[in-house]
Design a protein around this ligand. Structure first.
Ligand code: ZN
Length: 152
């Protein structure tokens, strides 16, 4: 159950799986995992497994994006630099993850992925939106800003 009596959000550390509380309005980049000490912010997109994704979906109440991709996918590779730039740009507000759909076929299947790349956004423990297809830098920035209500 999500604790709605305490402000802020829960960020699952994707290194060790520990649940960390992030105070409302606090920049993610100021926080480290209380268990393993790794930063909670993703200055670079972080690769996660299907199991870790399940844990994020079940427990994490912060803002995060998942890029479902595969190494053989040209459009995925062409979007990767823009996705990495967005991870750095929005690191204080949104966490950026990548799921290799070849190595995590069950997880990709459960997400209902029909084509890659697909971006999926979650916040407050709910799926916000899914976006199929590669996006350029400007388009990706606009999508992130509108999805998470961030200023430009
Ligand atoms: Zn940790």
């Amino acid at each position: 159950m999500t604790d709605t009596t305490v402000s802020g959000s829960v960020a699952i550390c994707t290194h060790c799986g520990a649940a960390n509380r992030v105070a409302a309005g606090k920049a993610l980049s100021a926080g480290k995992c209380g268990k393993c000490g790794e930063p909670l912010a993703t200055q670079k997109p972080a690769d996660i497994t299907g199991d870790m994704l399940n844990r994020l979906i079940a427990k994490d109440t912060g803002a995060f994006v998942l890029d479902v991709w595969a190494p053989w996918c040209g459009p995925c590779r062409s979007m990767a630099p823009a996705y990495a730039a967005a991870a750095e740009r929005y690191a204080d507000h949104v966490r950026f993850f990548k799921l290799n759909s070849d190595q995590n076929q069950d997880a990709a299947g459960k997400l209902g992925i029909r084509g890659i790349p697909t971006l999926i956004a979650w916040e407050n423990g709910a799926l916000l939106t899914k976006q199929a297809g590669a996006q350029t830098g400007d388009g990706l920035n606009r999508w992130i800003q509108s999805t998470f209500r961030l200023s430009a």
